[in-house]
Design a protein around this ligand. Sequence first.
Ligand SMILES: *[C@@H]1O[C@H](CO)[C@@H](O)[C@H](O)[C@H]1NC(C)=O
Length: 146
Amino acid sequence: MMLLENLLTASTLVGLVFAAPTTPTRNNGSPCAAVSSAVAAQPGVATPTVGAELAYECINSVPLNKTAALNLIQAVKPYFRWQSTTSWLKDPPAEYVAKVQEPVDIFGELDVIEENVKSKWTKEYELHGKAWRPMHVCATNTRFYI
Ligand SMILES: *[C@@H]1O[C@H](CO)[C@@H](O)[C@H](O)[C@H]1NC(C)=O
């Protein structure tokens, strides 16, 4: 569930990026502090905005907590295993591929994500950007829903 919350946060930030930007004030603070200040300076605005560059700096400044990431990956696996559609998603009928989506090896992708968390990635955004594809499958296939 934390992953979904983080994805929601990331997509909210993307929404901020693509909205009309306002000029941020950096004040020598962190990029995310500047985002926070920019949002706070827009009280009553339903969809506060910040510049794309600042938003990008912010999402890329959050270090990856490898322990939490590995815990998350282990935590979602039982839920994914509970889904009866994973073998079909990995090897779907041709018509499904033609009309819905390419095959997705959920557990293979999770293994790759886990390996990258252990040995390669250093930023939270790397995890959540890469984790998007399995989550996208969840979103497009209502039988695969956590
Ligand atoms: C990283 O995650 C672990 C496990 O959730 C947590 O105990 C720890 O406080 C986190 N570290 C930081 C720096 O947030």
